[in-house]
Design a protein around this ligand. Sequence first.
Ligand code: AP5
Length: 224
Amino acid sequence: MAANDRTFIVFLGPPGSGKGTQARILEQKLGLPQVATGDLFRYNLKNQTELGLLARKYMDAGELVPDEVTVRMVEERLAREDCARGAILDGFPRSLPQAVALDEMLAPYGGVTVVPLFQVDDDVVVERISGRRVCRNCGAVYHVKFNPPKQEGICDVCGGELYQRDDDRPETVKNRLYVYYKHTAPLIGYYFARGLLAEIDANQPVADVTAALEAVLAERGIQV
Ligand code: AP5
């Protein structure tokens, strides 16, 4: 396979827009790994690493972890063997310096392939985030109304305990949205200007968002 045969899909969208949900579905179908910076930070936090402890204060406040720390972490992740065919980037880049750094990282492989933009109304974001529950053990994601577990508080997959993320508190969610509009929304223009942006109505139910996502990927020659 030529080096530039790699596929890098960048998911852009506000917190709670369903990026993680769709990335996990697509990961299975395409066989490309989901590289989610939020999950990588939470993994480090759970294991009390230096990186996790550094990230904690930013995450708890709904702020972005500094670019140089985040870029280094992604660089290391994309260098791993499982990214040899590409990756689904979920939650990165989230600022213009991160987008520029990603372009440099991917230049030898043909750059970013496509950028699906998950468009969702602010009130939907708040409803989705406030009802989200995550498995403490395996990380599976549920919603108390839209995707409830069979037994309340218990993970269907592994039987682990479900919890609410610390940064899903209403006051932090408000700041995460503000940070999205201030630092991440400028990337919409950045990728539009490069002909990479593909808008998706993410207000719809999960299966309809998946169908819309697969349609825009097919337009770019990525068959699911
Ligand atoms: P991160 O974990 O990336 O959070 P986020 O971007 O705010 O995204 P979320 O995980 O909240 O939402 P999502 O879009 O994945 O939605 P989900 O599928 O879960 O980042 C957390 C923090 O880490 C940041 O605040 C920052 O501090 C730090 N960080 C991360 N990346 C960084 C970076 N690049 N630079 C600097 N700092 C960084 O869905 C939400 C809920 O809705 C779920 O309950 C789900 O079941 C439900 N749902 C999903 N889709 C639908 C649907 N279509 N209909 C109904 N319900 C749905």
